[in-house]
Design a protein around this ligand. Structure first.
Ligand code: KIV
Ligand code: ZN
Length: 514
């Protein structure tokens, strides 16, 4: 058995299935390129048959990403598989990931198929996929709750048909570490041709055990691929978190004895990019990428760390992308200093024009804020990426608002609808409420606001505020993110971003609901 652990990232597919996390093509490409920079082995770029938008994004990623294998999900039917192959064609080498549910519950209640039919469909699907590529992954959905005898029979036949990776998902996050590891181990022992495939795990976090289950299956069950997402993004309680499994295997190499190819210094920039793009904020105490992950508040710990770092630190902050000196630039910093900092952050922009435009944003911010931190730079880059989407219906222009103790706040928002400017004015219970009402007075979206959250990008009162707004309308949920030194302006930007997403027709099929 090899000592290489394959990291399969599904942020752009399973992660995107979280409510409101759906991303546009440009956003997906940007994240895929960052995943490639981080040296992820396999990028699951989407589910090609789910929508034309997903198809286009996979096709673009397949033509741009060279160092990671690109993959598309496909249900176990010819139509989905052919669509996946078509989208992936520009990659040359690619993976098709096909799946069907194998638990009695799913087969009976969801698929309304007999085990015999499922067995046959799985076999034919892999046989069909084999004509497009020799890199085929087969997943038995709800694998952790499937009967082992049936699982073994299905897996034997799909491996015989050419599946090279076998994934056993814990689809509903029900497994416990030793039971899940034992299941993988038993399958590997019982399936006669199991040595012809790499075994993979894919865990959901409903009971908070996704990372533990994945690592147990690797250590005790012999799995050699972990499917995971950046920040643990995913439906319900999310998926296995990439940064946690990677750092566990790296930090405890003595225990796991495995190699991972990830460039860990890219972990934090990737985490920031994903949270700013999707609007899913990272909790401060989140392992590895949370704002407090390396902050030693207690005096005893600080003293220990100052005397000898390893008294309380098991990883080095800089190894996962936190910079030692966080105050980096200011008003007087020139283009070269900005460019150098981008290089230090290992950020690559696509063209000189992009660099110039990002530098202009930096200058604007530096005029209003004395110290520019790395986090500010990363947020500028996210805004820069979103500027590509400025052809959208609504665009923020300016805001004025008035609030005084004892008075009802009012706001006036100037924004563009298509290319003509409009002005919305309203009162509200607070400045943010007034601002959102002012926008709605012109838009009348009838969307329901289901989440509003503010997060400071850095520390101190000079910090930029990052606002996330989640809107729901006719069963669709979208997130909008806005950043500004003024949190009311950030709120207006976030609300407008969410309206634009509601407006865009990114309806897609959920692979597991159909
Ligand atoms: O959770 C799951 O079972 C999945 C499969 C489609 C791989 O996401
Ligand atoms: Zn999943």
């Amino acid at each position: 058995m090899t000592d290489k652990l394959i990291i399969f990232d599904t942020t752009l597919r399973d992660g995107e299935q979280s409510p409101g996390a759906s991303m546009r093509k440009e956003e997906k490409i940007r994240i895929a390129r960052q995943l490639e920079r981080m040296k992820v082995d396999v990028i699951e770029a989407g589910f090609a048959a789910s929508s034309n938008g997903d198809f286009d994004a996979i096709q673009a990623i397949a033509s741009q990403v060279k160092d990671s294998a690109v993959c598309s999900l496909a249900r176990a039917n010819d139509k989905d598989i052919a669509r996946a192959a078509e989208a992936l064609k520009p990659a040359g080498q690619f993976r098709i990931h096909t799946f069907i549910a194998t638990s009695m519950l799913h087969m009976e209640k969801k698929l309304r198929m007999t085990p015999k039919q499922v067995y046959e469909q799985a076999r034919l699907a892999v046989r069909f996929a084999r004509q497009f590529t020799d890199d085929i992954e087969f997943s038995c959905e709800d694998g952790s709750r499937s009967e082992i005898d049936f699982l073994c029979r299905v897996l034997e036949v799909v491996i015989a048909e050419g599946a090279t990776t076998i994934n056993i998902p814990d689809t509903v996050g029900y497994a416990v570490p030793d039971g899940y590891a034992a299941l993988i181990q038993q399958i590997r022992e019982r399936v006669p041709n199991s040595d012809k495939a790499v075994f993979s795990v894919h865990c959901h976090n409903d009971l908070g055990m996704a990372v533990a289950n994945s690592l147990a299956a690797v250590k005790l069950g012999g799995a050699r691929q972990i499917e995971c997402t950046v920040n643990g993004l995913g439906e319900r309680a999310g998926n296995t978190s990439l940064e946690e499994v990677v750092m566990a295997v790296k930090t405890r190499r003595d225990y796991f004895g495995l190699e991972v190819g990830i460039d860990t210094t890219q972990i934090l920039p990737t985490s920031k990019l994903v949270s700013q793009t999707t609007g899913f904020v990272v909790q401060p105490n989140k392992a590895v990428v949370g704002a407090n992950a390396f902050a030693h508040a207690s005096g005893i710990h600080q003293d220990g760390v100052l005397k000898a770092r390893d008294t309380y630190e098991i990883m080095r902050a800089e190894d996962v992308g936190w910079s030692a000196n966080k105050i980096v630039l200011g008003k007087l910093s020139g283009r070269n200093a900005f460019k150098k900092r981008l290089q230090e952050l290992r950020v690559v922009l696509n063209s000189e024009a992009e660099l110039n435009s990002a530098f202009l944003r930096f200058k604007e911010l530096a005029d209003r804020k004395a110290e520019i931190f790395d986090e500010d730079i990363l947020s500028i880059l996210s805004q820069e990426a979103n500027a590509v989407l400025d052809h959208e219906t609504y665009r923020f222009v300016s805001l004025s608002q008035h609030s005084e103790t004892g008075e009802r706040p009012s706001a006036k928002v100037v924004f563009a609808i298509d290319s003509s400017e409009t002005v919305g004015e309203a009162h509200g219970n607070g400045p943010v409420d007034a601002t959102l009402h002012a926008i709605e007075s012109q838009v009348n979206s009838s969307a329901e606001l289901i989440l509003y959250s503010v997060n400071a990008i850095t520390t101190g009162t000079q910090a930029q505020g990052e606002v996330t707004v989640r809107l729901s309308k006719a069963g669709r949920i979208v997130n909008g993110v806005g950043t500004d030194l003024d949190i009311v302006a950030a709120s207006a930007k976030a609300y407008i971003a969410a309206l634009n997403k509601l407006n865009s027709n990114t309806e897609r099929l959920n692979p597991q609901c159909s």
